[in-house]
Design a protein. Structure first.
Ligand SMILES: O=C(O)CCC(=O)C(=O)O
Ligand SMILES: [Fe+2]
Length: 276
């Protein structure tokens, strides 16, 4: 997975924006997404950076999603459009063998797409969400109790669908090998795009911490962030009883790197021993 430079991403994006997008009514772009996202991130940022520092993760509470249902429905419909255009591929992970080699294995029932500026016509709001998060969030977090040097210069993004009917993710760390392979991803940010999610659909995200496992449902508009290089997590299977497109579990993930490699697998981190 190649990191994309925020500047080239934004250039791609700007080039795709219809010339009069701002002066004429563009029905496909939401006029409320940016102000809502901006207000939420600004008001939550000190709580988020405190929590990342002390607990290694943060998520929106049940009662207060990052974005309201109307925006999440829009983002999901754009995800479905990308899927209809065959932009998703079988998702895979790497496991490290005892001899230190990486082997690829497919994640059954999980498909992923890496949206870029060329998808603007199909998914303008998804791209707006991603670019805005990259532009604003790192700066807000770096003002927290300790700067982890989160970069707004580069990022990776993935739109993933975990199929309904019994798919999940095994326990893993997003950035297990770190500097040895030039992977400087520090922060994982996930937004869930499941407008009709109810608890019986299952598919929970589990964060495996020292003395507890935190279980987080992929409810509409929920935002979760955690340290990419330290926090082990898994996704328990989606319910075998609810099968069909509307029960597919969609998530857009943005990974942000740190500008200072010393923040990756920092031996002084209280979470270093969690690493699997
Ligand atoms: O979708 C989720 O809740 C987590 C997905 C995940 O762990 C990953 O993409 O690495
Ligand atoms: Fe992950």
């Amino acid at each position: 997975m190649l990191a994309m430079h925020a500047t080239s991403f934004l250039r791609l994006l700007v080039n795709r924006v219809p010339k009069h997008a701002h002066s004429s009514m563009n029905l496909s772009t939401s006029s409320t997404l940016l102000p809502l996202l901006s207000t939420s991130l600004t008001s939550l940022s000190s709580e988020i950076s405190e929590s990342l520092h002390s607990k290694g993760y943060w998520h929106t509470p049940d009662s207060n999603p990052l974005l309201p249902l109307s925006e999440i429905k829009l983002l999901r419909s754009e995800s479905l459009q990308l899927r209809a255009q065959n932009r998703f591929e079988q998702s895979y992970s790497e496991s490290i063998t005892s001899s230190g080699h990486a082997t690829r294995f497919d994640k059954p029932g999980v498909y992923a797409c890496e949206p870029d500026g060329a998808d603007y016509d199909t998914a303008p709001n998804l791209l707006t969400y991603m670019s805005h998060l990259i532009r604003e969030f790192p700066e807000l977090l770096n003002e927290g109790p300790r700067s982890y040097g989160i970069s707004n210069e580069a990022f990776n993004a993935k739109l993933a669908v975990t199929s309904s009917g019994g798919s999940g993710y095994p326990k893993h760390i997003d950035n297990p090998r770190g500097l040895a392979v030039g992977d400087t991803r520090k922060l994982t940010c996930i937004l869930y795009l499941n407008p009709s999610y109810v608890p019986s659909h299952l598919g929970l995200l589990h964060l495996h911490l020292h003395t507890s496992t935190i279980s987080i449902s992929p409810s509409p508009g929920r935002f979760v962030c955690f340290w990419s290089d330290l926090i082990p997590h898994s996704v328990s299977k989606t319910s075998e009883e609810y099968v069909g497109e509307e029960y597919d579990r969609y998530a857009i993930t943005v990974w942000m790197p740190t500008v200072d490699g010393r923040n990756i697998h920092d031996p002084e981190s209280p979470f270093i021993d969690l690493k699997v």
